[in-house]
Design a protein around this ligand. Structure first.
Ligand SMILES: [Zn+2]
Length: 472
């Protein structure tokens, strides 16, 4: 598994930055050309490889007009072809769905899946039609990136301990030296992204090399419930990532206040422009409504939340060899956009990070991640199985006469779902409710019968869950 790391430039000379921006702009034209020529069915879709395209360009002289070094355009061409291929693969997901809808015949399905995989869909009318429908012709939007191959750059540490990255510029043998704000040298292929006066150096490392990947996992089985005050609560009543709630609410307050101020400034700028005071409007737009500071603050907040959540998951995996969790990816895989309300938007995003952390940490540290259907796990009592009432962080069960800690109650229910023979991951919500209700009804009728008469035995055999539940 690969993990992306980002290094940042530190106080980069504006002249060097401008030179890099110019190089990226020219390489953006290379990308546009690749998308223009090969971004459709005639290009990658017909099985054309980046090497063949490269050779064609060398023959017809396409590369000359871009005014960049040979390695730079070749790497960019390869990168753009990979983008197109990814675009194509995304379209195939929809086509696969269409195939499943079209036929139930396993042999026919298999034939079509295979043809699709091997890019041999052009000869099949149905597949060709579906591909044309789902593969929207894309275009290049990347004009601020430079891809540098591993053997084309070098790093060096100066006397003050500062790390410098030297990458090729627009002239042969003239490297652009970039001071970095880290002491860890990037490795492998680099993607330089130029953003608001700063260079971001993106590169990938093998997750196995990360220190945290070498930590062994625990040997217990733990259920976890995602929360808002804390990132996770486990079935042992232990909270993890307790700083999350404060982080999210203070960020939400900050964003609301900032958006309010920006809206006010924007209206002042607009009315100044209407009056004809364009100098003032321009001043406000440039000095007070910029994106640099805003984007950096947002990135910092995201990084803090990610660290909190990943740390929480690591804590759970320290104890657990098997983590049982709700499938958090389920509800937002669709095309639904993030909600407009800030609190809800942060919550949705946090859920995605938690899902990613659970998957990534489990993979790296060798623990098993079991995803379960979490329907009604926060509304039923883990002790008796009845429906109860949640108020704030308490869960009241009138049947047991007990108030449980709501997150812990849910985490224990989630833990039990892993062994539930009736409730599968995709069992619909209303079916889950029915199953739980039936169990409660049965429980009630069974309770007074204490002997092992045939009726009781028969009931037990018909409903294996009751015994399974009370045994756990
Ligand atoms: Zn109860």
């Amino acid at each position: 598994m690969k993990v992306t790391r980002i290094a940042y430039s530190a106080r980069l000379n504006p002249g060097k930055y401008a030179a890099l921006v110019e190089q990226a702009r020219r390489l953006g034209r290379v990308r546009s050309e690749v998308w223009q020529r090969y971004g459709s069915i005639a290009g990658v879709g017909s099985g054309l490889a980046d090497r063949q395209v490269r050779d064609r360009w060398l023959v017809d002289g396409t590369h000359i007009r871009f005014g960049v070094l040979a390695n730079a355009w070749k790497e960019t061409l390869r990168d753009a072809m990979a983008d197109i291929a990814a675009n194509l693969e995304a379209a195939k997901v929809d086509v696969r769905r269409a195939i499943s809808r079209r036929t139930n015949d396993p042999a026919e399905r298999k034939r079509m899946f295979t043809a699709l995989k091997a890019d041999q869909w052009a000869s099949d009318p149905f597949l060709a039609r579906q591909m044309r429908k789902h593969w929207k012709r894309g275009r290049n939007r990347t004009h601020h990136q430079i891809v540098v191959r591993a053997d084309k750059y070098n790093t060096a540490v100066d006397r003050r301990g500062l790390l410098w990255l030297a990458v090729p510029g627009l002239e042969p043998r003239k490297m652009v030296r970039i001071p970095l704000s880290t002491t860890v040298a990037p490795t492998g292929t680099l993607r330089l992204i130029l953003r608001s006066g700063r260079v971001e150096v993106h590169y990938q490392i093998d997750a196995a090399q990360m220190r945290s990947s070498q930590r062994p996992c625990g040997d217990r089985r733990l259920g976890v419930d995602k929360g808002y005050t804390e990132a996770l609560t486990d079935s042992d009543s232990q909270p993890h990532g307790v700083g999350l709630g404060v982080m999210l609410s203070s960020e939400s307050d900050r964003l609301k206040e900032r958006n309010r101020r920006r809206a006010k400034l924007r209206s002042i700028a607009n009315s100044a422009a209407l009056r004809g005071d364009h100098a003032k409007a321009h001043r406000i737009t440039v000095n007070n409504l910029g994106a640099v500071k805003r984007d950096r603050q947002a990135a910092r907040h995201r990084a803090r939340v990610r660290t909190e959540i990943f740390t929480a998951v690591h804590e759970v995996v320290d104890e657990a060899g098997t983590v049982i969790a709700e499938d958090l990816t389920k509800r937002f895989t669709g095309r639904k956009k993030l909600p407009k309300n800030i609190n809800r938007r942060l919550a949705t995003w946090t859920k995605g990070v938690t899902a990613e952390a659970l998957k990534s940490v489990s993979e790296r540290r060798g623990s098993a991640l079991v995803l379960v259907n979490a329907a009604y796990t926060s509304q039923t009592c883990h002790h008796c199985g009845r429906f109860g009432r949640r108020s704030g962080d308490r869960f009241h069960c009138t049947s047991c006469g007990v108030a449980w800690q709501a997150d812990v109650n849910a985490a224990i229910n989630i833990l039990h779902r892993a062994g539930d023979p009736d409730i599968a991951l995709h069992t619909p919500h209303h079916v889950v409710k029915q199953i739980l209700q039936d169990r409660n009804d049965r429980h009630r009728t069974r309770l007074p019968v204490q002997d092992s008469s045939p009726t009781t035995a028969g009931r037990r055999a018909n409903y294996p869950n009751c015994s399974a539940m009370s045994n756990e």
